[in-house]
Design a protein around this ligand. Structure first.
Ligand SMILES: *Cc1c(COP(=O)(O)O)cnc(C)c1O
Ligand SMILES: [Zn+2]
Length: 500
């Protein structure tokens, strides 16, 4: 729709300006720092940072109802810069001019309601929100669109040049970083550091295909993170891990979309996300808090974070009910099918602690919970979901298993509606499905296939059929007729088909 055709009271708000003001704020010492250079940790105390809006009056000058209309009307606008996460520009990056925005098709991922069978199994009404339908097939594209748009803005204004973007990854961060950086080459080049053999072949193929420099090193993700941190403190590189607070901003769009897709009515809603480095759950809480404070939503949904028992430091932290007695202890991870969340020392832990406190305070009750699931539960729920029309990855299986656990623990009312995050596409993690179907999981995963979920291809080649086609030698005439009829009869027998 053309701008002149929108209602006049909306026209002035449709195209956001870049006149906001943001600063990095330290959660530990409350210091604030300008954004003209890239910062990842507080120069004063070394703690992680979040970006905050220094001109909140720009938000409060518009009432909640008008904001809702602005976002709903922006849906009809045909401007690429506002088609992705920057539909919510004022809440995500009010300093980023629209001509710096990198839009590769991220965000606005579909919510798919589970069928009756699956809802009955889970014990509650729920939707999957498929973040695997982002351009690099995971939610990481949301944060990368934000971080790379900001870096592009720095380049366009001469505040940065010849950027080498670098990240450690459990697979999806590097896929997203390499994709977005490759769009901006030659101004931005990327290098990614992966734990050798701890990312799937599909995830390894992604940054290679995007032309990134790819380094595989011994160890797990937490070790890669240490190396990247060392590089980012001693050399000129742009760190693209979720330590980079711009990533968090972009990922807040997940919450904004849920709000918008439910007509801003989040009463009785439950949002379930897997936790790895804890950037995503930070963003999900932050996003809902911002919309709540702006009067755009008037209820905060319950947030449930899920961890595997093989990588559960956040779950362990919240096991202690008395906040003053909680201490964070990193864990040594064990192999997990939710490999993208297989992290023992999440860098966003201080942000989580900060946001959970605020979220519960605004909710007037405990409204954030962390549950733990087994590797077995993750695989079983992933496969069951996918047999019912979904495309959940293993982390999506983890989310669903976590929802079921939360229902069974009485954390979710029976009449609630849950939104379950499938953070990546099933195909990225197809190797774990193979292991399940072939019963070839190494013992440390502790996964035993449930026969009712196993599926195998059937090779059909009747013994008495000698002449079969090959690519070089197609069949014709009698040979072809016999081949078609014998194979068809065999398949009909296997499927118990009735004759016409
Ligand atoms: C990164 C990732 C996670 C974990 O998200 P965090 O922000 O690190 O907690 C979960 N699932 C997938 C598919 C991921 O790529
Ligand atoms: Zn500080």
């Amino acid at each position: 729709m053309k701008i002149e055709h929108f209602p006049s009271h909306i026209q002035a708000h449709l195209i956001p300006d870049a006149k906001g003001e943001m600063v990095y704020s330290c959660l530990a010492c409350q210091s604030e720092f300008g954004i003209s250079r890239l910062l990842y940790v507080c120069p004063e105390c070394g703690s992680v940072l979040l970006l905050t809006d220094k001109r909140p009056e720009r938000i409060s000058a518009v009432d909640g109802k008008t904001w809702r209309e602005i976002f709903d009307y922006r849906r009809m606008l045909n401007m690429p810069a506002l088609k992705g996460i920057y539909r919510y520009h004022e809440f995500i990056g009010p300093v980023v001019p629209l001509d710096s925005v990198v839009y590769l098709g991220e965000g606005h991922t579909p919510m798919i309601e589970a069928n009756r069978f699956l809802q009955e199994k889970a014990g509650v009404r729920f939707y999957y929100k498929n973040d695997g339908q982002n351009p690099s097939a995971s939610f990481k594209d949301r944060g990368m669109a934000s971080a790379l748009s900001y870096i592009r803005y720095l380049i366009q204004t001469g505040m940065a040049k010849d950027v080498l973007a670098i990240c450690a990854s459990t697979g999806d961060t590097s896929a997203a970083a390499a994709l977005y950086a490759s769009y901006l080459q030659p101004d931005i080049k990327s290098a990614v550091i992966l734990p050798s053999k701890k990312v799937t072949p599909q995830q390894l193929a992604q940054p290679l295909g995007s032309g990134a420099r790819v380094f595989e090193i011994p160890g797990v993700f937490d070790d890669c993170m240490k190396v990247v941190e060392d590089l980012s403190t001693r050399y000129q590189v742009a760190l693209l891990n979720s330590k980079n607070a711009w990533r968090i901003l972009g990922q807040e769009s997940y919450s904004y979309e849920i709000a918008q897709d439910f007509e801003y009515d989040l009463e009785g809603k439950v949002v379930v996300v897997p936790i790895g480095n804890a950037g995503n759950i930070t963003a999900v809480m932050s996003g809902f808090i911002k919309f709540f404070e702006a009067g755009i939503i008037d209820a905060l949904p319950t947030v449930i974070g899920v961890q595997s028992s093989h990588a559960n430091p956040v779950y362990r932290y919240y096991l202690e009910p008395d906040a003053s007695k909680r201490t964070f202890v990193p864990v040594a991870v064990k192999p997990s099918v939710a490999q993208a969340a297989m992290i023992g020392n999440p860098v966003s832990m201080p942000r989580v602690i900060d946001r959970v406190e605020r979220y519960n305070a605004l909710s007037g009750r405990k409204n954030v919970f962390v549950v733990e699931v087994t590797e077995q539960e993750i695989m079983d729920w992933e496969l069951l979901a996918n047999r019912n029309g979904h495309i959940a990855c293993t982390q999506g299986g983890e989310s669903l298993a976590g929802l079921v656990k939360a229902v069974n623990q009485g954390l979710v009312p029976k009449d609630a509606t849950a939104i379950v995050d499938s953070t990546a596409h099933a195909l990225k993690f197809a190797g774990f499905q193979d292991m399940y179907f072939e019963n070839s999981f190494p013992a440390e995963f502790e996964v035993v296939p449930d026969a009712s979920l196993v599926n195998h291809p059937v090779f059909v080649h009747p013994e008495d059929l000698d002449t079969v086609p090959t690519a070089e030698k197609p069949l014709s005439g009698e040979d072809l007729n016999r081949y078609v009829s014998r194979i068809a009869t065999e398949i009909a027998g296997l499927l118990n088909l009735e004759k016409q």
